[in-house]
Each structure stands twice: as structure tokens, then as C-alpha cells.
Design a protein around this ligand. Sequence first.
Ligand code: ATP
Length: 232
Amino acid sequence: MLQVDAIDTFYGETQALFGVSLSVGAGEVLALLGANGAGKTTLLRSVLGLTRPRRGDIRFRDRAITRRPTHEIARAGIGWVPDDRRLCPTLTVARNLSLGIKATGFRPWTMDEVTEIFSPLKYLMAREAETLSGGEMQMVAIARALLGAPGLVLFDEPSQGLAPKIVDDVMAVIGRLRAEGIASIVVEQNAEVALAVADRVVVLSRGQVAWSGTAAALAADQPLRQRLVGGL
Ligand code: ATP
């Protein structure tokens, strides 16, 4: 579904990613772990064309997207759930959701489906986004990504600042995406949460891939986990 091949990404003259490669198959959940500043968000921004890699290639469904504009990358079927949610604060929930709707070639999710997944949304439609709680905003951000008919969803720290019950709901949605053949990349500070939902894991350290393998292998190897993501 997605292949990232040896990308170098810079902010000005500061290099944030050094030859990073990874891949995600259809319906696969990849956890992207690493300490603060390791380059996780930069990897997502590189895939989305928000911070363009200077070298290397990114392919989605076997088509190069490395130098495509962000709106085309979104229309190819890559959804984004940003860590700061990026809702339009003064627009209603309904309007924020409808802004996410697009045709990509992947199966579109209906408004009924997303309100069935996140039932509180039904009662929030007329509310302005800026009046929502953090958990409610996260539901809107994920629902908006699904309405955009994604084949791959990039989640940036989806559990951050959320109550445990809502974290469980979010992880259940990621599991449901997998069942529907939709791939996910989940950037997480909370390694335990990520390992519970992921198939495979890539650990970044100082802009490089420090380890990659199955979630089961990392979960079973406590010393390895301690060494790689001990502080997380
Ligand atoms: P966090 O968990 O703190 O978000 P991260 O793993 O997502 O960390 P990135 O945000 O990708 O890390 O940051 C990678 C490196 O790039 C860091 O050294 C950071 O200081 C730098 N960086 C990130 N954004 C910018 C920017 N807009 N301008 C300059 N440097 C940046």
C-alpha cells in the first residue's frame, strides 16, 4: 500500500530524517514509536507532502507521490488524524465533517457509519468545534478522516490527552479499519497502547530507523523494549 524508500527530510538546513525506509500493507497497522524529536511527525508530514523529502521516494499503491501536492495525496486516499486535530473552530461539527468528504477510489464511509462508530457525534452536530472536549474533537478528527474514503490513515498520537475509555474506542476503530483492509500508521508516545493494536513496529531514533519487526516480537522481549522505548 505504502512504500517509503530511503527518505531524507530537512527543516531548512536541519536534517530530521536520515534514509528512513518503511512499508505498510493493505489492512496492516504499523506503530511508529520513538522518543520526542525522533522524527515521527516528520515522517507523517513527509508522506503527506507537507514537508517534502529532499531525497528518496514515497509510493502509494505503486504510484510515486513524493513530489505531489498535499491535496492530491489526500485524494489518492491517505487520511490524516493530526495530533492537534485541526478542526475549523468556528464551524459546526456537521460542517467540519462534510469538509472531509471526498472521492478517492476507496470505499467511502457514510455519515451513518461514522455516527454509529462514535455515537456521541449524533448529538454534537450543531455544536461549534471550539466548544468540544479533547475526546470529542478526536472523534470528529477521526470521523472526518473516514468520510474522506481513505485506504491508509495516519494517526499522530491518537491517545494523547484522552481518557482511557476514549483511547479504547480509538484503538477499536483502528482494529475495525484493519478488518476492512484499510492500513494505518499510528504514531504513539504510549508504547503499550500501540503494541496492543499494531501488527508491526518501526522505532525511530534521531531520525533513523533503530528497529523494525513485529509487535509480537517487541511485546515479548522486555529487555529489547526497555532498550528501544524504555522511556515511553
Ligand atoms: P514529538 O513526539 O515530540 O512530536 P517526533 O518524533 O514527532 O517528536 P518530530 O516532530 O518529527 O519528532 O521532530 C524531528 C526533529 O525535527 C526534531 O529535532 C525537531 O526539533 C525538528 N523539527 C520538527 N519540526 C520542525 C520545524 N517546523 N522546524 C525546524 N525543526 C523542526
